[in-house]
Ligand binder design. Structure first.
Ligand code: CA
Length: 226
């Protein structure tokens, strides 16, 4: 079955170019011309991947992203002329999977779309559970639970936790985590890693005492201990 890609882009020539090229790759493509339409189509279509312009009429791209993340874990790739680091960090914190800065090459865009769709597939075919303390991490359903009670995680909180938990005991630098979990690297972006670690600790660590699972490795980064 072909995968559905939703393109939310108000520059019609670019949207049509993207549609044409992605259809040539065998995807089913739908386009939306503004943020409001994009969000409602994302809800209705449940696309496998979303290409989302940041500067959109009626509803800003970041607001669309926030809306999508309320109901979907599908990869979202932001298309942006904005290069400010603050925007990128905000996009990542809201659960974007990748950034593509305009102007971009179509070959690169198609390659990134392929990578993100493949990664999604890898996650869904795996059927594994990791247990630590009173927690269970279901890698198939992307679900963390404590004594059977689900715990709400932001998409990148889940991915960071799953990444570290599957590599139990190994230390990773912030740059490595940014590269492997967010698939991106930029100066200053490592703050995003610290923010997500802090959020995760609130959910899986005891309020007092040193962390038992998400351990800071001095001078290096973080590691996970069962
Ligand atoms: Ca635009």
């Amino acid at each position: 079955m072909s995968r559905t890609v939703l393109v939310v882009e108000d520059e019609r020539p670019l949207a049509e170019t993207l549609r044409f090229n992605l259809e040539m790759e065998g995807y089913r493509v739908r386009t939306a011309e503004d943020g409001v339409e994009g969000l409602s189509m994302a809800r209705a279509l449940q696309p496998d991947l979303v290409l989302l312009d940041l500067m959109l009429p009626r509803l800003d791209g970041l607001d669309v992203l926030r809306g999508i993340r309320e109901h979907s874990q599908a990869p979202v790739l932001l298309l942006t002329a904005r290069t400010s680091e603050a925007d990128r960090v905000r996009g990542l914190d809201l659960g974007a999977d990748d950034y593509i800065t305009k102007p971009f090459s179509l070959a690169e865009l198609k390659a990134r779309v392929r990578v993100h769709l493949r990664r999604k597939q890898d996650v869904t075919v795996e059927e594994r559970e990791l247990e630590f303390g009173e927690f269970k991490l279901d890698l198939n359903r992307r679900l963390l639970s404590r004594d059977g009670e689900p715990i709400a995680l932001r998409p990148k909180e889940y991915e960071l936790l799953a990444y570290l938990a599957q590599r139990d005991g190994r230390a990773f630098t912030r740059d490595q985590l940014l590269n492997d979990v967010w698939d991106i690297s930029f100066a200053g972006g490592t703050r995003t890693v610290d923010v997500h670690v802090r959020w995760l600790r609130k959910k899986i660590e005891k309020p007092e005492g040193p962390p038992r699972h998400l351990i800071t490795v001095r001078g290096a980064g973080y590691r996970f201990e069962r």
